[in-house]
Design a protein around this ligand. Structure first.
Ligand code: NAD
Length: 501
């Protein structure tokens, strides 16, 4: 086992003091390779205190100067991308190209943060009344916290901290305890890029660490990405303590396949979107809604050989398409769902259980699974399985398919595959989801747009990154200025209509 991992507080690595450690596994081998410290609330308090002390100087640093550190950080991320991707793959299990892909999407947010001086420009109105002007500015909140999930250990933290820091806040990040090494590396590189100590802190841990972030009065806002149960708790607790909270949560993303769709393209899309990253993406397609039996039959016929041909292998095999799932528990949970689908009457067309890889017999591997004839009352339809399992629901019409999507408790992403402009237009208007794709299976917005779901896929008002992210991490201030005219007016004891101030 390699050395234990550390926290990163006030510009330096800090060893865990709580005495609590958790094993970090390589899921391809099923072996622990290091341990992560779980911070006590006192250790989290130290990180918050460091961020609090750094805030006055950092928030007073001109935005263009803050952005210059982001430029340097971006260069370092590219220079170290192979090393970072390897750390992601080793602890998460995803393939190396996939790990580089998530890093690339994170770098896009850093690029948005490089332009923060432009994005932070305020509004100005001249002569709102005689010799009076009004302008608005946006100012940082103070110390803000991020709590992130295992499935994107580099991209999701970078949805948060580049925008938060570039807008003048200081940050305390609590990454997933399951795969923290790549996230710690990002924080090291940020300091190599010239970030002053205390602006960015990282504490590892679980519930105790999170609860300190949620209740500490010096934390002004909390960004969370993770499962819905935890996200709802974070939202409720954070709001109870007067914080601004954005909590991006679980999903069950549907893709409607219309009879006029290009079926080969729809199948390509489903293979990548359902089985890529072993289905451990909040934007994975986990439900294909086939409009009509003919569409369903053709999808099954074309999907089955493709799923069976997926190369299930560890990230060290360059040909790998489907890596292991993250933990033994996750594997058992997914297998349990597959069994429940069978028990509740769905047709298991491809069974991805019982996969064994030579030399990796203890790895948490699963092949792709496919269910047909799934109905809305089954657990495999209702719940987020978060594994390489795709279910097909047969809908008798477009309207029935749309109703299915809109009745589901989640509303993160949704897609339609069709050549019909009317259907596509209707879908984009009426679907109850935050991110919508037309012939695009995983419609993750680029960094200068914003990411967020509807219904129980998100709690809070501002989406993440892009201008919504900027609004989340800043508060507006409107300043009204009178330019003395030399005319004495005396005191005013009542409001006057704007134009006669
Ligand atoms: P998770 O909810 O288990 O963990 C997320 C974070 O919360 C981690 O840092 C974890 O340490 C912390 N946490 C866990 N239990 C806690 C508790 N009881 N109290 C306080 N904090 C706690 O999520 P995960 O398994 O790491 O990630 C997978 C989930 O994240 C899926 O549901 C997926 O859909 C979701 N996700 C959503 C998005 C999105 O943008 N909507 C993006 C990525 C992942």
């Amino acid at each position: 086992m390699t050395e234990k991992l550390t926290h990163f507080i006030d510009g330096q690595h800090v060893e865990g003091q709580s005495g609590n450690f958790q094993d970090v596994f390589n899921p391809a081998k099923g072996e622990a390779h290091t341990q992560v410290p779980l911070a006590s609330s006192d250790e989290v308090k130290a990180a918050i205190a460091s961020a609090h002390a750094a805030f006055p100087a950092w928030s007073a640093t001109p935005p263009a100067k803050r952005a210059s550190i982001m430029y340097k950080f971006r260069e370092l991320l590219y220079a170290h991308q192979d090393e970072i991707a390897e750390l992601v793959s080793k602890e998460h299990g995803k393939t190396v190209p996939d790990a580089k892909g998530e890093l690339g999407r994170g770098i896009e947010v850093v690029e948005f943060a490089c332009g923060i001086a432009h994005a932070l420009k305020g509004d100005f109105s001249e002569s709102v009344a005689s010799r009076i002007d009004t302008h608005t500015i946006r100012q940082p909140l103070g110390v803000v916290a991020g709590i992130t999930p295992f499935n994107f250990p580099t991209m999701v933290p970078m949805w948060m901290f580049p925008v938060a820091i570039a807008t003048g806040n200081t940050f305390v990040l609590k990454p997933s305890e399951r795969d923290p090494s790549s996230t710690i590396r990002l924080v090291e590189l940020l300091h190599e890029a010239g970030l002053p100590p205390g602006v960015m802190n990282l504490v590892n841990g679980g519930k105790e660490a999170v609860d300190e972030l949620l209740s500490n009065p010096d934390v002004k806002a909390v960004s969370f990405v993770g499962s819905t149960g935890v996200g709802e708790y974070i939202y409720t607790e954070g709001c109870k303590h007067g914080k601004r909270v954005q909590a991006l949560c679980g999903a069950k993303n549907h893709m409607i396949v219309m009879p006029d769709a290009d079926m080969d393209k729809a199948v390509d899309a489903l293979i990548g979107a359902a089985y890529g990253s072993a289905g451990e993406r909040c934007m994975a397609i986990s439900v294909a809604v086939a409009v009509g039996d003919e569409v369903a039959d053709e999808l099954v016929e074309k999907l089955v050989p493709r799923i069976k041909a997926l190369k299930v292998a560890p990230y060290t095999d360059e040909a790998a398409e489907l890596g292991p799932v993250v933990t033994k528990d996750a594997k058992e949970r997914i297998e349990g769902y597959i069994q429940s689908g069978v028990d509740q009457g769905a047709t298991l067309v491809v069974d991805g259980r019982d996969v064994s890889i030579d030399g990796h017999e203890n790895g948490y591997f699963l092949g792709g699974s496919l269910f047909d004839n799934v109905t809305a009352d089954m657990d495999i339809y209702k719940d987020e399985i978060f594994g390489p399992v795709l279910v097909i629901v047969r809908a008798e019409s477009y309207e029935a398919g749309l109703k299915l999507v809109n009745d589901h408790e989640y509303g993160n992403g949704a897609a339609i595959f069709t050549r019909d402009g009317d259907a596509a237009h209707d879908f984009t208007h009426r679907v109850q989801a935050g991110m919508v794709g037309v012939n695009v299976p995983i419609p993750v917005p680029v960094a200068y747009h914003s990411f967020g779901g509807w219904k129980r896929s998100m709690f809070g008002d501002h989406d993440i990154h892009g201008m919504e992210g900027l609004r989340f991490y800043t508060k507006p201030k409107a300043i009204t200025t009178r330019w003395p005219s030399g005319i004495k007016e005396g005191a005013l004891f009542h409001f006057k209509a704007g134009k006669d101030h």
